[in-house]
Ligand binder design. Structure first.
Ligand SMILES: Cc1cc2nc3c(=O)[nH]c(=O)nc-3n(C[C@H](O)[C@H](O)[C@H](O)COP(=O)(O)OP(=O)(O)OC[C@H]3O[C@@H](n4cnc5c(N)ncnc54)[C@H](O)[C@@H]3O)c2cc1C
Length: 462
């Protein structure tokens, strides 16, 4: 696909569509929108625009469509696979000025949001309503970016990923047309499920300008425990038992010994330095949760658990989860001069122990890199993070090889190349192996909805 580069006349036309402070071709703004949080090579857009309403988005896209100019939506740029990097240049649409809670419908547990709203801010605004929005990727992600990547987090094991919370979307399509999809009903059997097509499409099919999200009640009681094990595989075995027990954990996070050592050192947590499960339960009464915790203890002990500490108080729990959310950043800070890659795969829960064992063995073969394994274990999701000197090209080739092996094993086990970070640039090479003939159908859908291929080009498809 050959795209049109912005000339002075195009810049003047686009600049006139929005107020002057919301159009930029300045180098610092172009640099800020040239990279996400991944290792992928930066690429500057030619202009950045901050729209304030759907009409502006529609006008910009109509113009871009006529002229064949790439348009890449941008939330907070916290992606880990190059998802919002404008690899073909063109326009970046930054949604941080469209960040309002438009309507709160408490009686239906729903909220209408603009895409640039950061999910943490949504939960801050909801805090006195008794409701919350559960998907929690940890970083300061926006609703638009979470929808586009189908983000999830520590609480997905009980509540589901972003996909499970989207009722209705207002989209601006590649040609500038405004389209509303979905409805506000609790359930529906009406027609094709377009919501599920757009969630996870990484801004390649349409641009989200409004979303109706589902909310849930804040649990009356929360209980938290820490369980330690001799090795990650026995911890993973306990994950399997906990998931089939019916106690319905609200978080089930696995951190390997090197992660615990790191957060002890950097955050002063004083945890026992062994593979550890963070277990969180939500429920209506503390006595019910105490009973469930007892079951959790027995199941962990059945898998050779070395220590089980229930009753973790709120302050400590908050510090533990903060440390867990910040783990990626903590790894980066602990290794100055290094680059980092987060390999993210997910497998069926029965295959989780095997996947963990395989990933760690493969990683150990890269002698000149350090690695960490952790993940949203209850979802069968594993993150293998490598940190190695930025310029050690040979080491990075070995790491890429392990990346390929880990993804291939996840696929053999019936899993997926990406549990939550999306395909972006980094996982595109695995798409034929994962999707086979259905990748062609995806390409046809892309062609139908974005015939000129201007929306976030260079992503998902190899
Ligand atoms: C420290 C750290 C921890 C993380 N932990 C997790 C985790 O636990 N779980 C998880 O899922 N992710 C995690 N992530 C990854 C990241 O936070 C998520 O992928 C998040 O959804 C990205 O949101 P964003 O607002 O930053 O979007 P961006 O990175 O800006 O964009 C993401 C994608 O969305 C598209 N997009 C943005 N806005 C729109 C819109 N309005 N319409 C259409 N497309 C749009 C972009 O084009 C791009 O393809 C983590 C990242 C970091 C840095």
């Amino acid at each position: 696909m050959v795209f049109h580069s912005l000339n002075e006349e195009d810049k003047a036309t686009l600049g006139a569509m929005v107020s002057t402070d919301r159009f930029s071709t300045g180098s610092s703004n172009l640099d800020l929108h040239s990279r996400d949080m991944s290792r992928h090579r930066p690429r500057r857009p030619e202009a950045v625009i901050w729209p304030v309403d759907r009409k502006e988005v529609s006008h910009i896209l109509k113009f871009a469509f006529e002229k064949n100019i790439p348009v890449t939506p941008w939330g907070a740029g916290t992606s880990l696979e190059g998802n919002p990097i404008p690899v073909e240049g063109g326009i970046v649409l930054n949604f941080n000025r469209m960040n309002r809670l438009l309507r709160l419908n408490k009686d239906d547990f729903q909220a209408d949001l603009e895409p640039g709203m950061v999910y943490k801010e949504l939960n801050r605004q909801l805090r006195h309503t008794g409701l919350f929005f559960p998907p929690d990727p940890g970083a300061d992600a926006t609703i638009g970016g979470m929808i586009a990547n189908n983000a999830s987090g520590t609480r997905t094991v009980r509540y589901g990923s972003t996909r499970n919370f989207i009722k209705r979307l207002v989209l601006v399509m590649a040609n500038g047309e405004i389209l509303e999809i979905g409805n506000r009903a609790s359930k529906s059997s009406s027609g094709y499920d377009l919501i599920n097509l757009f969630v996870g499409s990484e801004g390649t099919l349409g641009v989200v300008v409004e979303a109706t999200v589902r909310l849930v009640g804040i649990p009356a009681e929360i209980a938290c425990a820490l369980a330690t094990f001799k090795d990650p595989s026995s911890a993973a075995g306990a994950v399997f038992e906990l998931m089939r027990s019916g106690i319905d954990p609200a978080a089930l996070e696995l951190l390997s010994t090197e992660c615990i050592e790191l957060i002890n050192r950097e955050k002063g947590l004083g945890l026992e330095e062994l593979p550890t499960l963070f277990i969180e339960l939500h429920g209506p009464t503390s006595s019910q949760l105490a009973g469930f915790m007892e079951i959790a203890r027995e199941l962990c002990q059945g898998e050779g658990c070395l220590g089980f500490r229930p009753g973790v108080e709120r302050g400590e729990r908050d510090r533990l989860f903060e440390a867990r959310y910040a783990l990626g950043e903590t790894i980066t800070q602990a290794h100055p001069g290094h680059r980092r890659i987060t390999i993210d795969v997910a497998v069926p829960i029965s295959a989780y122990p095997e996947m963990i064992g395989f990933a760690r063995e493969a990683a150990a073969g890269v002698k000149e890199a350090v690695f960490y394994t952790f993940g949203h274990a209850g979802d069968g999701n594993i993150h293998l993070v490598f940190s190695a000197p930025a310029r050690a090209e040979k080491v990075w080739d070995e790491i890429e090889e392990v990346n390929g092996k880990v993804v291939a094993r996840a696929l053999e086990l019936g899993g997926t190349a990406t549990g939550e970070h999306g395909v972006g640039i980094g996982k595109a090479r695995f798409m034929p192996a994962e999707h086979g003939a259905s990748l062609e159908l995806m390409k046809q859908m892309k062609g139908l909805l974005d015939p000129k291929g201007i929306l976030n080009p260079g992503k998902i498809f190899p």
